[in-house]
Every structure is written in C-alpha cells, then in structure tokens.
Design a protein around this ligand. Structure first.
Ligand code: NAD
Length: 370
C-alpha cells in the first residue's frame, strides 16, 4: 500500500520519548503485518526544542505539523525549564500547535476496561463497561473571551474579569463533531451548559437544537445543565454516550469522567480541527498525562495511554476502525493476562517495565492477527 498517511511524531520530554518508543513498535508491526505504511517524520517540541533550537517549537516544525495528516504527540515539560517565562516554556510548544492548527474539538474517551475495574473509585457495577466520549470545545469560551484581566477600582479593591463568549459557528462546529461521533457510537448526545443562568449557555442550547433539527435528527439529543451533568457522571455514568460542552465545563467534566476509569497512564485524547475542502481534518493525538519528570528515565512509565492515542488516530484520522480495535483488543488482553506497569499495579499481577509492556502488546497483536 502507498505511504499516503503523513504522520508527524513529536515525542517531547520526560516519559514522552519512552512511551512513544513503544508506539513505534506498533507502527512497525502495522507496516510488517497489515501492510499499512505511514509516511513518518519526527519533530522536536518542548524542552528538547528549547535546548536544541532555543524555542519550544520552530516554525519549521510548525509547518510540518500543518502539512501532516495527523500529529502524534508525547508530552512536554520538566523542572529544567520551569523558571523560564510562560511564553518560552516547553508547554508553549503544545499550546502553539493547538492554536495554529485550530484544534477546536477535544475528544476525551472515558472507558473502563474489565481488567482495571478495581482502579475506579466507584463501585464496579456503576462503571463496568463504561464508554463515554467527552467532546470539549477547546479554542473558545471563557479561557479566551474578552474583556479579561485584573483592574483596580477607585476604592482600592481589585476586580478580576473573564468573559464567556460563544458564537454560532463555534457552537455548531463542535456540536457537529459530537453528532458525527454519536452516529458511529450509540447514537446519543448530551449537550451541556448552564442555559438557566447564562446567555452564552442559552445560545449554546438554541444553536445545538437548530443544528440537530437541520442535520442530525437520527441522533438522540438531550440537554443537561453542567452541575447536573457532574452529578450524573458520578451517579450513573453509563447513561451517557457522547457529551458535548464548552471549554470551561469540558475541562472539569472530562477530568471527572477520566477519573471514573481510575488511571492517568491509560487515558488517550484527540484534538480535531475543521475539515478542509477534501474532508481532511487537522488532528493531534496525545495521552492526557504530562511528561512525568518524577519517573522519567526509569523505564517504568505506562505506554498504554500513548498506544490508545495512536488507536484513536487510526480511527478518527485514517478511518482504520478495524486496526484501532485490534490495538484496543491487544491492550485488553495484555491486561487480562496480568501484566501491569507500576502505576496500575494490583496484588497478584506481574509488574513490568515500559518496554516489556510494549513488547507484550506487539506479541498480542501477532496472536490476534494470526
Ligand atoms: P503528569 O501527568 O506528568 O504526572 C502526574 C503523576 O502521574 C506523576 O506522579 C507521574 O509519575 C504519573 N504519571 C503520569 N503519566 C504516567 C504514565 N504514563 N505512567 C505512569 N505514571 C504516570 O503531570 P504533572 O506532574 O503535573 O506535570 C509534569 C510536567 O508535564 C509539567 O512540566 C507539566 O507542565 C507537563 N504537562 C504536559 C502536558 C502535555 O504535554 N500535554 C500535560 C500535562 C502536564
């Protein structure tokens, strides 16, 4: 098969390169066994780019990311660069990637694997089989709205201001992503805001309702207030399929949903941009966790969040659902077989290194594809 899938790999700092190394095994495996070949390039971002080029991401690396079909990102940051001003720190690299690629839809799945059911703080019957997708609007809302800032009032008090702003287009494009996803899943979208107390929430509700009536009547739509959604996520999370919400509520609700699964080392994410004329979307896939400087270089990081980010990439950027499922099945099997990295270690299981976990996934893929 022709190498028509342009993939930019950005390992980053700390455990980023360690977990990316294990994904490279899977990419090689796909090349060998599934005849899927990626046109692979690698770029620096974060602390390593600061050390090498004096900037968290070069214009050349940015151009590579813009031209790629998908970016696979590890993690950036670490104590070595913590004293730099904000705009020169490693994290400025990932922020620029997200901003310049206009990645407005952040997808965070919360899936509870049977083998890790005890890692959740909730009772097994509440979370068994849980599979929720949170779609968070990522480039608008209160984190970017103007006016913002801190001013001093005539009486000497200080006032802090942030502004929640959403426009029709911002709401419609992220809602469309949620509806499209629901079509490929269980056909249900919960749209979450505070229309009872916020005008921006009311607009959100009206625009989502309109879009649904125009183009997505085959999908079930329910509206929910954000405070109720937080409560329902903990009370009965399995009622949800896809949740779509703004930047602020999404930030909070996606962390809450993630923790239903119990483990940072297992959580993947995708960030998508708008489709161009040919239907291609800019996209970046990364684990939810950071560069974990406390365990970097020890060979003990869990590579599965990175692995599952790669499988999201196969599904959402390359329409390779079957291959994505194969990787997810391999992860399930390896965990069911009792292998655990330190972060998800349980009594009676075998504690393994990053590398052994990566090798076990490839062995399992061999078996599944035999
Ligand atoms: P972190 O996610 O790096 O680590 C939090 C805790 O979880 C640590 O104890 C770590 O050892 C553990 N952990 C995380 N991922 C793990 C894995 N795959 N396997 C095993 N254990 C894992 O968050 P932090 O400590 O708050 O941040 C560390 C650095 O990462 C900071 O510089 C921060 O700015 C950066 N960061 C980067 C990103 C990103 O690149 N997108 C995201 C979050 C944090």
């Amino acid at each position: 098969m022709a190498a028509n899938k342009k993939l930019l790999v950005v390992p980053g700092d700390g455990i980023g390169p360690e977990v990316m190394h294990e994904v490279r095994r899977v990419i090689d495996w796909m090349d060998r066994r599934r005849h899927v070949s990626f046109d692979l390039a690698e770029a620096l971002c974060g602390g390593i780019a600061i050390d090498t080029h004096g900037t968290p991401i070069t214009d050349a690396a940015m151009a590579q990311a813009m031209a790629a079909d998908a970016v696979l990102f590890g993690a950036v940051g670490g104590p070595k660069w913590e004293k730099l001003p904000f705009d020169q720190r490693p994290e400025a690299g990932i922020l620029r990637l997200r901003k310049d690629m206009d990645l407005f839809a952040n997808l965070r799945p919360a899936t509870v694997l049977d083998a890790l059911i005890d890692a959740s703080t909730l009772r097994p019957e509440i979370v068994r089989g849980l599979d929720v997708m949170i779609v968070r609007e990522l480039t608008g809302g209160i984190y970017f709205g103007e006016p913002r800032g801190i001013t001093t009032l005539p009486d000497g008090q200080r006032k802090g201001i942030n502004t929640e702003v959403y426009t029709t287009n911002e709401i419609r494009r992220v809602a469309a992503v949620a509806f499209e996803l629901a079509r490929k899943r269980r056909g249900k979208v919960h749209s979450v805001e505070k229309a009872n107390v916020m005008e921006s929430g009311l607009l959100w509700r009206e625009e989502v309702t309109k879009l649904h009536a125009e183009s997505y009547q085959d999908v079930e739509l329910q509206h929910m207030y954000a405070d109720n959604c937080a409560m329902q996520l903990v009370r009965n999370p399995k009622q949800f399929d896809v949740i779509v919400t703004g930047n602020l509520f999404g930030d909070i609700l996606s962390d809450c949903a993630a923790m239903l699964t119990g483990s940072l080392g297992m959580l993947p994410s995708a960030s998508l941009g708008a489709p161009d004329a040919s239907g291609r979307r800019r996209a970046l896939y990364e684990p939810v966790h950071g560069s974990a400087p406390d365990i970097a270089g020890k060979g003990i990081a869990n590579p599965l969040a990175m692995m599952l980010s790669f499988s999201m990439m196969l599904r959402y950027s390359f329409d390779m659902d079957e291959d994505a499922k194969l990787i997810e099945a391999a992860v399930q099997k390896v965990l069911a077989g009792g292998l655990r990295t330190a972060d998800i270690m349980q009594p009676g299981m075998a504690k393994v290194s990053t590398q052994v976990m990566g090798e076990a996934i490839v062995r399992e893929l061999d078996k599944l594809a035999a």
